[in-house]
Design a protein around this ligand. Structure first.
Ligand SMILES: [Zn+2]
Ligand SMILES: [Zn+2]
Length: 89
Protein backbone atom coordinates (compact mmCIF):
# COMPACT_ATOMS: atom_id res chain seq x y z
CA UNK A 1 0.00 0.00 0.00
CA UNK A 2 1.25 3.47 -0.90
CA UNK A 3 0.80 6.69 0.94
CA UNK A 4 -2.54 8.43 0.77
CA UNK A 5 -3.21 12.06 0.23
CA UNK A 6 -6.33 13.93 1.21
CA UNK A 7 -7.26 17.61 1.12
CA UNK A 8 -7.16 19.93 4.10
CA UNK A 9 -10.77 20.66 5.06
CA UNK A 10 -10.09 24.36 5.21
CA UNK A 11 -7.63 25.32 2.47
CA UNK A 12 -7.81 22.22 0.27
CA UNK A 13 -4.06 21.70 0.34
CA UNK A 14 -2.90 18.08 -0.01
CA UNK A 15 -2.02 16.36 3.24
CA UNK A 16 0.00 13.16 3.30
CA UNK A 17 -1.42 10.55 5.67
CA UNK A 18 2.10 9.86 6.88
CA UNK A 19 2.80 13.50 7.67
CA UNK A 20 1.76 15.68 10.58
CA UNK A 21 -1.76 17.02 10.43
CA UNK A 22 -4.57 17.91 12.81
CA UNK A 23 -7.78 15.94 13.16
CA UNK A 24 -10.98 16.78 14.97
CA UNK A 25 -12.60 14.20 17.29
CA UNK A 26 -13.60 10.75 15.99
CA UNK A 27 -17.20 11.79 15.42
CA UNK A 28 -16.22 14.57 13.06
CA UNK A 29 -13.31 13.43 10.88
CA UNK A 30 -12.38 16.92 9.73
CA UNK A 31 -8.66 17.23 9.02
CA UNK A 32 -6.41 20.20 8.60
CA UNK A 33 -2.87 20.70 7.31
CA UNK A 34 -1.85 22.99 10.15
CA UNK A 35 -2.97 24.86 13.25
CA UNK A 36 -3.90 27.96 11.30
CA UNK A 37 -6.41 26.08 9.17
CA UNK A 38 -7.79 24.24 12.21
CA UNK A 39 -8.25 27.57 13.96
CA UNK A 40 -10.08 28.97 10.94
CA UNK A 41 -12.61 26.17 11.27
CA UNK A 42 -13.10 27.02 14.93
CA UNK A 43 -11.08 24.09 16.25
CA UNK A 44 -10.28 24.42 19.94
CA UNK A 45 -6.95 23.05 21.04
CA UNK A 46 -7.01 24.25 24.66
CA UNK A 47 -8.73 21.12 25.88
CA UNK A 48 -7.33 18.16 23.92
CA UNK A 49 -9.86 15.66 25.27
CA UNK A 50 -12.86 17.76 24.43
CA UNK A 51 -11.53 19.35 21.29
CA UNK A 52 -14.15 20.24 18.72
CA UNK A 53 -14.41 22.40 15.65
CA UNK A 54 -17.09 24.89 14.67
CA UNK A 55 -18.80 22.20 12.59
CA UNK A 56 -19.12 19.87 15.60
CA UNK A 57 -20.57 22.67 17.67
CA UNK A 58 -23.07 23.60 14.94
CA UNK A 59 -21.52 27.03 14.59
CA UNK A 60 -20.25 26.42 11.10
CA UNK A 61 -21.92 24.50 8.30
CA UNK A 62 -20.67 22.97 5.10
CA UNK A 63 -22.13 24.15 1.81
CA UNK A 64 -23.90 20.80 1.55
CA UNK A 65 -25.58 21.27 4.88
CA UNK A 66 -26.61 24.79 3.94
CA UNK A 67 -27.97 23.55 0.62
CA UNK A 68 -30.00 20.81 2.28
CA UNK A 69 -31.36 23.31 4.76
CA UNK A 70 -32.41 25.74 2.04
CA UNK A 71 -33.98 23.01 -0.08
CA UNK A 72 -36.04 21.85 2.85
CA UNK A 73 -36.93 25.29 4.17
CA UNK A 74 -38.21 26.53 0.83
CA UNK A 75 -39.56 23.17 -0.22
CA UNK A 76 -37.33 23.07 -3.29
CA UNK A 77 -36.44 20.12 -5.46
CA UNK A 78 -32.75 19.75 -6.29
CA UNK A 79 -33.56 17.98 -9.56
CA UNK A 80 -35.72 20.91 -10.66
CA UNK A 81 -32.97 23.38 -9.86
CA UNK A 82 -30.45 21.35 -11.85
CA UNK A 83 -32.84 21.31 -14.81
CA UNK A 84 -33.24 25.06 -14.57
CA UNK A 85 -29.48 25.57 -14.46
CA UNK A 86 -29.04 23.40 -17.54
CA UNK A 87 -31.55 25.46 -19.46
CA UNK A 88 -29.86 28.67 -18.47
CA UNK A 89 -26.48 27.75 -19.87
ZN1 LIG B 1 -4.98 23.80 5.34
ZN1 LIG C 1 -15.19 18.76 14.32
Amino acid sequence: MGVDFFPCDFCGESICDCGPYITCNDKCYRRWCDKECAKNDGYLVDDEDNASCGYCRNELFTDWKILDYILEKFNLDKEEIVKEMRNES
